[in-house]
Design a protein around this ligand. Sequence first.
Ligand code: GLU
Length: 315
Amino acid sequence: MDFSVPDDRPAQPPYRGRFAPSPTGPLHFGSLVAAVGSHLDARASKGEWLLRIEDVDQPRTVPGAADGILRTLDAFGFAWDGEVLIQSRRLDFYHAALVRLQLDGDVYPCACSRREIAASSPPASIDGGLVYPGSCRTGLAGGRAARAWRMRVPDRVIAFDDRVQGRQQQNLERAVGDFILLRADGQFAYQLAVVTDDAAQGINAVVRGVDLLDSTPRQIWLQQRLQLPTPSYAHLPVVTNAAGEKLSKQTLAAAVDPAAGSAVLAAALEFLGHPVPADIRAGPLTDFWPWAIAAWSIARVPALRSVFPGQRLPP
Ligand code: GLU
């Protein structure tokens, strides 16, 4: 006799997260923190964790860096699901998304150079550039050639609940203005590639560094216009050096060494508000991962934008 209770709950899609490093250099401690956080959040939810190499920005791509990052992740015992998606092989998909936006009138060609935009003294944008003043919004002036394609943004607030940073709100027109999807150098912009690929990989939970928090409303707007689902978002604090600068190639962050094993993974996890017992820190990777998956709670990640080594975290 079958005593099982019929399961009539709506089908829940399984958790699908990802780590999406840009191969601009070796994996450094800052990216390791994002890798650890996204991996643990996926595994603690019994979900999948996918990898994507974000080499859409070819001028910034360093030959050999992608292989180095994958080897380092493997040596640290990260286990990813399925094929690694490589953005430089997906240009046709970004082109198709752009064509769709063109057909829908969501994008327009823009002839403005950086100098011309600066000449109109627009306010600073949220990402350190300038708010595009909309000069080409109603069409190119006679004799002007298109350099880039821009996405129209609405004059309204886009809001979302970040699982770490809390409620976020941004008016895209005031914060960034119409933003570039195809650059003057012929490269697709990160914003278009990331939205296309998160949807293609079926990602429903994004866990990444807080430096991308301000990009999220642009990505949500693109998802809405392309009729793609919006994943949940969790933005982890980024690790800064003592001078408060984000660790990156520019600040000469050292590559992480997998020979350091659990100790360096433990240090990454401590930045995320999870103290690691001494025996786990000193033990093998095969002990670290099951312990960390069981210990993970995103509620313990500090809702801060940055954390520096030695900082006392709120309890
Ligand atoms: N490729 C980006 C980076 O390495 C991450 C993009 C994302 O997670 O959405 O900073």
